[in-house]
Design a protein around this ligand. Sequence first.
Ligand code: NAP
Length: 243
Amino acid sequence: MRVLILGGTAEARDLASALQSHGIHFASSLAGRVSQPRLPVGEVRIGGFGGIAGLEQYLHESGVTHVIDATHPFAATMSRHAAEAASAAHLPLIRLERPGWGTRPDAAHWHWEPDLTAVRTCAEALGTRPFITSGRQTLHAFEAWGDRQVLVRVVEALDAAKPDAWTVIRDRGPYSLHGELTLMRTHGIDVLITKDSGGTYTSAKLDAAQQLGIPVVVLQRPPMSTNARAVTDVEECLTALLA
Ligand code: NAP
């Protein structure tokens, strides 16, 4: 058995540790978007494969027998490529995807939107001091807010210059409730923008918004059409793999 973990998430790192402790031969793959990535244990390769054909070639040349797509819920392109390449190579594919935040009791009060245009329109109607936490790759959708006092939090530095009125902070989870409350109060935030990442690393902002009575606008997960066996945590993933 040689497993390829498509990673870039906390679950993928936990999975790498679990495979190592079970003595299973594996390698993790990262996209290379983050300058100082948190690395999983074991062998790591970094960088794109060059599309579906490149991934299929890698699977063949590396003798991969099982593929685990543990990429982020919003990494839809990589998931689609994994599904197509694994299918072409006749390899089993497991999709490890953490549950979204939709089952939280407060989620019923949030504004769930299918795309970034709808997110922006919705947030405009709810407040004037937004806190954007949906990621660097979503910021193009908020360009029209150049003269607003916007707070943005990103992991990596921005590619383009930011509007003068914006405050951009670089940070990465996990975040504390105390820290999120302080941040939102300090910046007078009146609407929180997020995507449905799920998990606990970045969920303190949702608790803070609830405590402060701040409306939350959520970008829904992209639809995933994949032929993978779906699991939601590392234990279930191991069981599926060993079966
Ligand atoms: P994406 O749009 O689905 O993928 C774009 C391209 O990046 C892929 O076609 C592939 O290039 C390369 N790529 C993505 N994940 C890769 C991996 N694990 N190993 C090797 N190449 C990979 O991906 P994304 O949304 O930009 O996310 C990039 C990475 O960041 C992923 O590993 C994901 O787990 C992590 N991440 C994403 C988010 C998010 O919000 N999107 C949040 C946290 C972490 P080729 O076509 O050349 O193979």
